[in-house]
Design a protein around this ligand. Structure first.
Ligand code: FES
Ligand code: FES
Length: 230
């Protein structure tokens, strides 16, 4: 095509297609505005949420317990576990909280003759019952219980965190055995095993975990007391 064939408006069209500094700046400004838009929206003040009403005061419930032979009248929330009632309300911190979910046995106490995980039961469920904690195992303040002496003599603990639960569990275990209670490894559950074997002790103490691994010495201590050698 010769220059003579060029349409008079073609020059203007070419100019419009060619990049110019003004067109570049206009495009850049438009792109920046689009990019910034979300931030601009995010910076808008959020609507003030409606305030939630203050929680109603939690009602406290009375619980009467006999702990280690002493009467206690506690006021606890309905959701308070026996473990927390002992530690936080009765100020008996010998009972330990390990897992707080029934897996370690550190919180074992004896309630009306049966050992239980105190983290798995509510204090209000035991109104009127007797509880024995590690503080109540010894017959008086100066003398250790046989199982406590045996734990020391057999070196049955290291850090000692599991020990209150082990001691309560062992105390109840020996009573259960003497009572004729069978365990999962008792050969004939109609009869009490002739002796408290290591297997019997291991099975009956299996709910009490010792992270320090003092198990052989714990078994030795329980065996010594059960056989009257401690
Ligand atoms: S604290 Fe209760 S079982 Fe671990
Ligand atoms: S002595 Fe440390 S956990 Fe048992």
């Amino acid at each position: 095509m010769s220059p003579a064939d060029t349409h008079p408006h073609d020059d203007a069209s070419d100019a419009a297609r060619k990049p110019s500094r003004r067109r570049f700046l206009q495009s850049a400004a438009a792109a920046a505005a689009v990019t910034a838009a979300p931030h601009a929206r995010a910076q808008q003040p959020a609507a003030t949420p409606a305030l939630a009403p203050p929680p109603a005061a939690t009602p406290m419930l009375p619980v009467k317990l006999t702990i280690n032979g002493h009467p206690y009248e506690l006021q606890v929330e309905a959701r308070t576990t026996l473990l927390d009632a002992l530690r936080e309300y009765a100020n008996l911190t010998g009972t330990k909280k390990g897992c707080d979910r029934g897996q370690c046995g550190a919180c074992t106490v004896i309630v009306s003759g049966r050992r239980i995980n105190s983290c798995l039961t509510l204090a209000v469920m035991h109104d009127g019952e007797s509880v024995t904690t590690v503080e109540g195992l010894a017959p008086d303040g100066d003398t250790l219980a046989p199982i406590q002496r045996a734990f020391i003599e057999k070196d049955a603990f290291q850090c000692g965190y599991c020990t209150p639960g082990q001691l309560c569990s062992a105390t109840a275990l020996i009573a259960e055995y003497r009572n004729g209670d069978a365990s999962a490894v008792t050969a004939d559950v109609r009869f009490r095993p002739a002796q408290l074997s290591d297997d019997e002790i291991r099975e009956r103490m299996s709910g009490n975990i010792c992270r320090c691994g003092a198990y052989p010495n714990i078994v030795a201590a329980v065996k010594a007391v059960a056989s009257g050698n401690a």
